[in-house]
Design a protein around this ligand. Structure first.
Ligand SMILES: [Zn+2]
Length: 141
């Protein structure tokens, strides 16, 4: 905006000179045109800023869409069993985290140090049996 102020101040000298020469009507016209140009330039600067914000918001949306597409592609290659998603290498992924409606994520389940087949999501603490089907009786630790 400082550049605009410099231009406006320089342009104001023209009407002052015209007034001194007795051309008051022409001075008013130059002043009005100068003001209109200044207003238009100010509006353009504001629009340029809004465009930058809109572009950033669009990039965020595109990133979010890509992330969801990647998760859907991953999910299509997983098998669901024992309340977990399983990849082809036999790793369990948390179904609660993968199916969250907001900000879903592929989180690998952890076995912990007392593991007898029970795995826990390190993020949401969802737990399930990783080996075979659920035992008939829950084991006490
Ligand atoms: Zn989880």
């Amino acid at each position: 905006m400082e550049g605009l102020s410099t231009i406006l101040n320089a342009a104001k000298q023209i009407p002052e000179t015209l007034k001194k020469l007795g051309k008051a009507e022409m001075a008013d016209t130059v002043l009005n045109v100068t003001q209109a140009a200044y207003d238009q330039m100010s509006e353009n600067i504001g629009l340029k800023s809004e465009l930058g914000d809109a572009k950033a918001a669009l990039r965020d949306r595109e990133d979010e869409i890509k992330k969801l597409k990647d998760l859907n592609e991953l999910k299509a290659n997983l098998r669901f069993e024992n309340d977990c998603y399983w990849d082809k290498q036999g790793h369990a992924l948390c179904s609660a985290c993968l199916e969250k409606p907001i900000d879903p994520a592929a989180v690998r389940m952890h076995t912990g140090d007392r593991s007898n087949g029970y795995v826990i999501c390190p993020l949401c603490k969802n737990g399930t049996w990783s080996k075979g089907s659920r035992p008939q009786r829950m084991m006490t630790y």
